[in-house]
Design a protein around this ligand. Structure first.
Ligand code: M1P
Length: 254
């Protein structure tokens, strides 16, 4: 007889660097693994990216919508939220913060980025999403090779950390967070609109145990707040392979 799902436990997974390589598609063994886990406990995704990117990465065969494949899917840190395929929440950055303040940040970032030379600069330096602005010094339209080139440059020169520090210094009281989420960009959103935002939907499920798995768990990374939140048991992972290993130790040990 098939064992019943433990509905008092939920595993929440970051996407980039945790379930997939940054901005790349999920591999078939991970897809299978997550569905196997879903037969044991509830499973949720929380990404900093918008839904279009999470769809591209987590439903590469486009057989189903990603929001139906998991119990919850939270894009933009949970500011756009789905439960069992239905949208249950959406916030609006522009209404919340206002044009004036956002323009000041955009203008400062444009000026800062215009003064630096990088290995490559392409297009789409700002992506204005429902609940955050993504600032990308190399430009989001870069190729995969240019993405990796920027990531290596950033590792060596700490470009994004320095940029982030300059943003924090310029806007200390703006009520905004400047977070390093992925490989090539910085996310800007209001204080409290980090990944802990998704927990307000999870709490309605009355779970006894909430596991969170993410790779950017250090201070300044976009998994830090939810990883260290007292409501979750945080697990730091180093790659999708490490995620499978750590989850297997917890749920598939016998
Ligand atoms: O999911 C993590 C991040 O993924 C992308 O980051 P990057 O393009 O820098 O690798 C972005 O969508 C970013 O907003 C998001 O936090």
């Amino acid at each position: 007889m098939a064992s019943q799902r433990d509905t008092s436990t939920i595993c929440i997974f970051d996407v980039d660097g945790t379930l997939t390589a940054p901005r790349l598609k999920v591999l078939p063994d991970m897809e299978e693994f997550l569905q196997k886990l879903k037969s044991k406990v509830h499973v949720a995704l929380v990404g900093g990216s918008d839904l279009v990117k999470i769809e591209e990465q987590m439903d590469p065969t486009k057989n189903d919508t990603v929001t139906k494949k998991f119990d919850y899917v939270f894009s933009e840190n949970g500011l756009v939220a789905f439960k069992d395929g239905e949208k249950v929440g959406q916030e609006n950055l522009l209404n919340y913060v206002g044009e004036e303040k956002l323009q000041k940040v955009i203008n400062f970032a444009m000026k800062y980025m215009s003064a630096i030379t990088l290995p490559a600069k392409r297009g789409t330096f700002f992506e204005f999403r429902s609940s955050m602005i993504n600032i990308c010094p190399v430009g989001r339209s870069c190729s995969q090779a240019e993405r990796l080139q920027f990531a290596a440059y950033d590792k060596e020169h700490n470009m994004r950390e320095t940029f982030r520090a300059a943003l924090m210094k310029e806007f200390p009281d703006a009520g905004l967070v400047f977070a390093i989420g992925g490989q090539i960009s910085i996310d800007v959103y209001p204080v409290g609109w980090d990944k802990t935002f998704c927990l307000k939907f999870i709490e309605k499920g009355n779970y006894k145990t909430i596991h969170f798995f993410g790779d950017k768990t250090d201070p300044g990374g976009n998994d830090h707040e939810i990883f260290s939140d007292p409501r979750t048991i945080g697990h730091k992972v180093t790659s999708p392979e490490d995620t499978m290993k750590q989850v297997s130790e917890l749920f598939f040990k016998d």
